[in-house]
Design a protein around this ligand. Structure first.
Ligand SMILES: [Zn+2]
Length: 168
């Protein structure tokens, strides 16, 4: 288990935390020795999203409210590798083909399958092509425009000051 990921799960929408903790555990458990799952991002607040949007070179097309991360309804993954077996996972990898546990299936694919089976949608599809493979959104979430309207309507009564009541 990865402590940083567990802390980041606590930033997810309150209704998703228990589920995601279970899903994280299930996904991490399919990885063999020397490989570990980390959540590189969970919640990105509206302020954080705006700061990211303004970054150059460009890293995102999404303004505040246009990303599922802004509602605690999405997370991004990265795989950590302990290359010399000393218990320190020194390498972060987004290689979707690497098979660090040598079980014949890429570590990335193994983890992706677990999350998809547990109700998370991987990446985005544009013109039939999947992109942003580290990204997962909860299945059935309403369009971000709907969520943004709710955010604006609930501004003064947000749960924990950050979250809209319902993400579906
Ligand atoms: Zn993402």
């Amino acid at each position: 288990m990865d402590k940083i990921s567990l802390q980041r799960i606590e930033l997810m929408h309150p209704t998703l935390r228990v589920k995601l903790r279970e899903d994280y555990t299930a996904a991490n458990n399919v990885l063999g020795k020397g490989v570990r799952l980390r959540f590189s991002y969970t919640l990105r607040t509206f302020a954080e999203q705006d700061a990211l949007f303004l970054k150059r070179p460009k890293v995102t097309n999404a303004k505040a409210g246009q990303s599922y991360h802004n509602y605690g309804a999405a997370f991004d993954i990265v795989l950590l590798y302990d290359k010399n077996g000393d218990g320190i996972f020194e390498e972060a990898s987004w290689d979707t083909r690497r098979d660090g546990d040598r079980d014949g299936v890429s570590d990335w694919l193994e983890v992706t399958r677990v999350f998809e089976q547990r109700g998370w949608v991987n990446g985005f599809i544009t013109n039939g092509k999947k992109w942003d493979l580290p990204h997962f959104t909860i299945k059935g979430a309403a369009h971000w425009r709907v969520l943004l309207n709710r955010y604006n309507a609930e501004k003064n009564s947000l749960i924990e000051g950050k979250y809209i009541k319902c993400i579906y």
